[in-house]
Design a protein. Sequence first.
Lengths: 265, 137
Amino acid sequence: MPRRWLGIRPWIWLAALLLLLFLLQQTPLGKQAGPRINLFFAPLVSALQAPAFWWQDLSQWFVERSHLQREVIDLRQRVQQQSHIAQERFALRAENAQLRGLLELKGLPGYDWHVVQVLGRSPDKMSQRLMLKAQSQINIDDAVASSEGLVGLVDSISGHLAVVRTILDASLAVPVTLPGTGLAALVRGQGERLQVEFVPMEGAPPAGSVLVTSGAGGMFPPGIPVARILHIRSVAGSVFADVEAVPAAHWRREAWLSVASHQHP
Amino acid sequence: MHSPLPFLLLPLSVTGLALSLATGGILQPDWSLALLLASLLARRGTWMWVLPALLLHDLALYWTPWGVFPLACLLPGILMRLDEEIGPGLPQRFAMLFFASLPMLVHGAGFMQWVLTLMLCIPIWHLLARIYDRQFA
């Protein structure tokens, strides 16, 4: 082989490797490689977390009685409050059904809610991906929410383990609205922040407003808080404003989340 | 493989990867990346098992092969070239360490996480270099 070819041979190998990686990522198999590897790691992640759970269980034995009594009283008060809220919700649901009947509108499709445990998080600053362990059956594309707001969408599943793509991921777009207005916008992930698209400059909601899911498209249940608006800037030559927001939910510390599965007839 | 070290370092790296996934909400170094880059810097010849492990690292944590892996592919070649040109030394290795670990910042890791990873990588690198020197002396 000529000597001058020996010098460029490593670069040819490197270019071929990078081309192979590029082609691999374009295939459906390559696109699912990340979530699949995460699911493969789930048993090891679970094993690493086991000592922390054992410690948590063991530490329960050393909690003072007075502390537990205070906690029980506090929880009883909360249960009372929750039962009032539940009664109010049933009354509102019945009223809503009556009003829908009057308007001859179809009810929104129902969802089954399951509680799931957070097994792991991606180590980036905002935890863009989560690993969940569910006791009940969940499906791909089920919406995941915390008590504060929407978290993301189930990306892949293996048995009772699931990987979630959060709303900070650029591949997710959530249809949103501002309650009491006719606003219809899209919230898209930008790594650490959210971008709200299609918000007209005229009538744009003020900073601090909380946008909720509109239910458009049927992917996400309506009415779940999604994003809190941070800044609104006008863009020269565009009718839409440049709107930056942060997620309403804080999933970095949550140990439990809810999954909304579509009810199947 | 001439050294038994890969059989210890690879499971450690996989455990580090799982640890990063298990405790993702906490500020911590990228355990697996620190160990793999340290192995590569301690001995260029380890690329045969370090590079596939780095690809696995990128796919598991960033869900894309375009993380640390492409830059790490360049690292053994550049180091060999620089060692021939200016003689073996630490400055080019430190520069390569900074260069190869930079994609962490692009993929959402904070500055502190990057610094912690470098601070973990450097002592491991020196420890491994000493072990390799003893083995191959």
